[in-house]
Design a binder for this molecule. Sequence first.
Ligand code: MG
Length: 280
Amino acid sequence: MSPHLRRERVELKTPEQIALMRRSGLLLARVHAMLAAQLRPGITTGRLDALAEQMIRDEGALPNFLGYQGFPATLCISVNEEVVHGIPGPRVLAEGDVVSIDGGCIVEGWHSDAARTHIVGTPRSSADEKLVAVTEDALWAGIAALSGASRVGEIGAAVEDLVTLEAGETLAHLEGFGGHGIGRAMHQPPDVMNYRTRDRGPKVVPGMCLAIEPMLIQGDGSWRMLEDDWTVVATGGGRAAHAEHSVAVTEQGLLVLTAEDGGRAELAALGIEIAPDPAA
Ligand code: MG
């Protein structure tokens, strides 16, 4: 999930607290894997939401989106022209739909937040496949940038550069929404922008935990909010994708809290070794 922007003090976590956040993130990674396996033409977004809530509660954890500023579900599910914060319900998914699933949970008071975008069955177009692939690459470019960054603002610059490199002007960022700090609350300072701004952001220091979440739209980035006051939809005729991980900065490097392998494989491909995983 993605907040509007603020600036306050950044909460730094101890290694013990990061280990608890890893438990929260690992459960969320497994929920996402379950949802990916369930996704098929004919399933409703409401059914996916119910499956996620059940799995989180079965593990003794709590959903953190449910009730957040009145949000009525465990997941945000945003289909096709919906960009973020779609509300699950009776909608039946169809072949070729672009479905972004955003979720989070709380383990012993510690929050996780992560999103993935899938195409149901056979993609409708190569443009849809590219949308999803570039969004995922942009996320990992942002995470990789954090590993060597001195300021949080370097994440957004790296995300923007990756999107420009891979997609030119064919994809636009959702402006006005971004990533965030995460910990004892889902949304904490600092803001983590998805594009270059004049604000360099706070210094990157061990103990910082951030949710990085590029949101991309085909064509121009114009959008509006639906009457439900949650769902952000693209108004330029394009589809949208969203990818997010919660990431910890430690003395020994990064740990991608919401990736099953802690980000080991993706970051190794970018020449980065992850920090020791307390869940391993
Ligand atoms: Mg988020």
